[in-house]
Write a protein that binds this ligand. Structure first.
Ligand code: SAM
Length: 238
């Protein structure tokens, strides 16, 4: 078992405690990720101390701004190896989480983790956000959407906001370029009936890596035309 004290003490600052079982789940996830990574490209970061800061702590930084307790529905768009969605599910077991990605092989890995950890109220969904955003069982169904390292903010708004209920929240995990991306997103946000309520810029613990959580509130329904067909949001950003 690895040493999770850095993550535990980070969360304790926000009044969040982690049980021994949760620590075991995080460790099994780490072991499965590094093992699977030998044959499937899941992550470039595999060294334990780096994973703790750049994947695990980075995933939970959302607690700075959002109350993640309770039975909220959450979708992680472009979850990859499960960041931030899988870590959030382990730390906040009451969440109902959909791990969404266009790459089936990564979702197969996440299915194995879900089974090994015995997690409930979590599912994977394979597809393109541009298409799934029009499916009635997913469109405007989630309290919270999270997304990290998938696209620039103007593109990401079109991919993610259609999943969020009116009154819900989209949190984009950004690096130090967050502010300029927010400026470039003014048109997309207005078309998609949403607005930035907060930008939270900080450094990850014991690191000079700057992070910027962009918190966006969905104020009204998305027009039916959005998201546009696969590829169009990135080729012609709003
Ligand atoms: N969020 C993870 C992280 O931060 O480690 C993975 C980031 S990875 C760079 C981007 C992921 O987004 C990939 O797994 C890719 O398959 C997925 N993706 C990109 N465009 C997508 C789209 N339009 N719909 C669904 N998934 C998409």
């Amino acid at each position: 078992m690895h040493d999770y004290s850095k993550l535990i003490s980070y969360l304790s600052q926000y009044g969040i405690s982690v049980s021994d079982d949760q620590v075991k789940q995080l460790d099994t996830y780490y072991e499965m990720m590094t093992e699977t990574n030998k044959s499937l490209n899941l992550t470039a970061i595999t060294e334990f101390d780096e994973v703790i800061v750049k994947h695990y702590i980075d995933s939970v930084t959302i607690v700075r701004d959002i109350d993640m307790s309770g039975k909220k529905s959450v979708i992680d768009v472009g979850t990859g190896a499960g960041f931030p969605g899988m870590v959030l599910k382990i730390i906040f077991p009451e969440l109902n989480i959909t791990l969404f990605d266009s790459l089936q092989k990564r979702l197969n890995f996440l299915e194995e983790v879900i089974y090994a950890l015995g997690l409930k109220d979590i599912s994977t969904y394979h597809g393109r956000a541009e298409e799934a955003g029009h499916i009635s069982s997913m469109r405007e169904q989630y309290d919270i959407c999270v997304s990290r390292a998938v696209a620039n903010l103007p593109v990401l708004c079109e991919l993610c906001l259609p999943f969020v209920k009116t009154g819900g929240t989209f949190i984009a995990y950004k690096s130090d370029k967050g502010s300029s991306e927010v400026e470039a997103s003014a048109h997309a946000l207005s078309v998609l009936n949403s607005s930035v309520v907060k930008e939270d810029e900080f450094s990850l613990p014991d690191s000079d890596m700057v992070r910027d959580l962009v918190i966006i509130s969905k104020e009204g329904p998305c027009p039916k035309a959005y998201p546009r067909k696969p590829g169009t949001p990135s080729k012609k950003p709003l």
